[in-house]
Ligand binder design. Structure first.
Ligand SMILES: *Cc1c(COP(=O)(O)O)cnc(C)c1O
Length: 480
């Protein structure tokens, strides 16, 4: 496809500017551009066609199945956008006086209350803009807690090897040493290793649950007990709450801090780099360290809300103003639309869909963890590769020709030739059956005519780019 600069024709502009209604000012020549500004010149029709063509080449949840494990690429109801678009939400300014934004403050307080109820936490901040940002914020709370108690030897965060990759990174960024512990062959935290690692230097422990192989850790109560006995705090990575929301609560399992990904579980579209939300919930022992300002119900009159900025012990701001407010509006819309029963049903369907696919495919591909799984599962194509030389990458690339977005590849690292699938709760049985049939066909092709897979995809605009060069030396500018 030609770039917009290549389609450009000199003097073909389509700008229709009104006459200036302010005096024209002569600008100092040092501020003037010395060279012609390179802007593409096209008619409105051609611009419209250009972008429509580009839009047709992107792939999103509106195009088809998108089982990208750990990312929860589910369908997000359009009503969320309708509500977030209301002028009372979208036309406010963050510096407006409190009495003119009572509705917005109420949205934040209500959402905090609901999410605390769902997670079993006491308080929540909406400032973090993403999951990893939430982890960083939660870890700062843990750090502040120990520092305030003058317990300065607690410098370590324990992270199992089945954690999401952001967990050890966030712990390191928050200034802790990361202690890695391995998992058992069933995919659970190794309790003996955990006991050995926990001690007087333990500031906290981070658990991704369900973990990156899609398993709910059955020893979770024992795990949090071991950490608390050692004097540490427990952090729950709740980015993927969709298998447990409405069913189980991190707060009841002994966790002190949790983050959620509103742009996964609570229905904000993501993947294109748009605004997200990684709210952090905590138990009351950590409340005084939360970022401010926070929303509080006014003591003088009910149904009146105010912003509270005080708090000497607060870790301070982690983002300007109150986080991505419209993402919070979407989360509240989602929670209210589904209700208590609907949230639970969404979780049940996420787990049901993953287990259905896993069971339908277990004779086709090797499942290293027996399950039942939660919202996602991992297959290993190691044996297939030995037999046919067809790798997980080849299978993922072949799926593109069937109009299916590939699963997460080569993650988690503890599984060789891994493909990680998360069908999500919003897919129908018909779609799942079609995709299962495609996976079976791809395996058959791998056995019968492996060479047909190693040079796929054939139907996409770009076949196989040199991925290392594309990542290391991307050419992102048009060279005139
Ligand atoms: C997606 C995810 C994260 C990171 O969330 P971002 O919003 O991408 O920063 C952290 N933990 C888990 C388990 C995740 O799935």
């Amino acid at each position: 496809m030609e770039l917009i600069f290549e389609k450009s024709v000199d003097n073909r502009g389509c700008d229709i500017l009104p006459p200036s209604d302010v005096p024209v000012v002569k600008t100092d020549s040092r501020y003037l551009r010395r060279r012609e500004l390179h802007l593409p010149e096209m008619s409105e029709t051609d611009i419209s066609r250009h972008y429509t063509e580009l839009a047709k080449r992107t792939y999103g949840i509106n195009n088809g199945f998108y089982p990208l494990g750990s990312c929860t690429m589910k369908y997000n109801p359009k009503i969320n956008e309708e509500i977030a678009k209301l002028p009372g939400f979208s036309n406010v300014h963050p510096l407006q006086p409190e009495n003119t934004i009572q509705g917005c403050l109420k949205v934040m307080k209500l959402t905090e209350n609901y999410l605390c109820e769902i997670t079993g936490m006491d308080y929540m901040t909406f400032q973090p803009a993403a999951g990893a940002h939430g982890e960083f914020t939660g870890l700062k709370l843990i750090r502040a807690y120990h520092e305030n108690r003058k317990d300065n030897s607690r410098t370590e965060i324990i992270v199992p090897d089945s954690a999401h990759g952001t967990n050890p990174a966030s712990a390191a960024m928050a200034g802790f040493s990361v202690i890695n512990i391995s998992s058992t062959k069933d995919g659970y935290v190794d309790l003996e290793e955990l006991k050995k690692a926990a001690g007087e230097h333990t500031a906290g422990f981070m658990l991704t649950n369900p973990n990156t192989v899609g398993m709910f850790d059955k020893n979770i109560l024992e795990i949090t007990q071991i950490i608390h006995d050692a004097g540490g705090l427990c952090y729950y990575d709740g980015a993927n709450l969709n298998p447990i929301m409405g069913i189980a609560r991190p707060g009841d399992m002994g966790f002190d801090v949790v983050h959620l990904n509103l742009h996964k579980t609570f229905s904000t579209p993501h993947g294109g780099g748009g605004p997200g939300g990684g709210p952090v919930g905590c138990k009351s022992i950590l409340e005084k360290y939360l970022p401010t300002p926070r929303v509080r119900e006014s003591e003088e009159s009910c149904d009146k809300y105010e912003l509270v900025t005080a708090g000497d012990l607060s870790i301070g701001r982690v983002k300007e103003f109150y986080g991505n407010f419209l993402v919070v509006v979407k989360a509240l819309t989602y929670i209210l639309t589904l209700g208590r029963g609907g949230l639970k049903e969404a979780s049940e369907n996420a787990v049901l869909n993953a287990n259905y696919m896993m069971n339908q495919l277990k004779d086709t591909f090797h499942m290293p963890f027996a399950g039942p799984c939660m919202h996602e599962f991992v297959m290993s194509l190691e044996e297939l590769k030995k037999e046919t030389k067809v790798s997980a990458l080849d299978v993922a690339k072949t799926l593109l020709d069937y109009g299916i977005h590939p699963p997460t590849m080569y993650f988690p690292l503890i599984v060789h030739e891994a493909l990680m699938l998360e069908p999500t709760e919003t897919e129908s049985k018909e779609t799942l059956d079609q995709v299962i049939a495609v996976f079976k066909k791809v395996r058959e092709d791998a056995l019968m005519k492996p060479e047909s897979l190693t040079d796929s995809p054939k139907k996409t605009p770009i076949g196989r780019p040199d991925e290392v060069t594309a990542a290391r030396n991307p050419v992102l500018r048009y060279l005139f």
